[in-house]
Design a protein around this ligand. Structure first.
Ligand code: GRF
Length: 191
């Protein structure tokens, strides 16, 4: 049976598209049953519509606190029988209210070689640090900022003279390859 995925995103959704395309190409035995967003007007919602994936807007501000918001989200995930949650540019920290219900079932992709350069600006921070290599990390999510157990990493060299824009393009290309590949491995190993 196909693994049911929920993708959480806050922005453009290029990773959402890469995952959806891998499913269509039968490289990933899964189906995306829900997109979760924390803003009502972001590009990823259009990408989901084009693919008939329902989007759920979690308006955190309409709840008294984060715990109440996450409980509403869990109800939605359970109603959709979600097996695995994939963060793809989701700019919120999840708490044990949700994480304890999905142990080892929440995964994130980060554009740097964790534990180096966690946080919102992984590519820029690595670039500014002058390191000779950075990369992409797929990891389990815990309640910290990009601190969960690492599943797999891919290295991207930063050659002298490479500009930030070129590095960003390369990192994103690696992400779009790595995320579906790692998931396919995880899902097939579990079957
Ligand atoms: C990606 O670089 C991902 O690693 C980071 O946020 C970005 C999301 O991009 N966590 P997109 O919305 O998938 O295009």
């Amino acid at each position: 049976m196909n693994t049911k995925l929920a993708i959480f995103a806050s922005g453009t959704g290029t990773n959402f598209v890469a995952l959806a395309d891998a499913i269509t190409a039968q490289q990933l035995p899964a189906q995306i049953v829900l997109l979760v967003v924390d803003h009502p007007d972001i590009a990823v919602i259009e990408r989901a519509k084009e693919r008939n994936v329902p989007a759920f807007y979690l308006n955190y501000k309409s709840f008294p606190n984060k715990q109440a918001a996450e409980l509403a989200l869990v109800a939605k995930l359970q109603a959709a029988s979600v097996d695995l949650i994939l963060l793809a540019g989701y700019m919120r920290i999840l708490t044990p209210t949700l994480l304890d219900i999905y142990p080892k079932r929440v995964i994130n992709i980060h554009p740097a070689l964790l534990p180096n350069f966690p946080g919102r600006h992984g590519i820029l921070d690595a670039f500014n640090a002058g390191v000779t290599e950075t990369g992409v990390t797929v990891h389990y999510v815990d309640a910290g900022i990009d601190t969960g157990e690492i599943i797999q990493q891919a290295v991207v060299p930063i050659e002298a003279g490479k500009g930030l824009a070129a590095l960003e393009t390369q990192i994103h290309a690696v992400e779009h390859e790595l995320y579906p590949t790692v998931l396919a491995q995880l899902i097939t190993t579990e079957d």
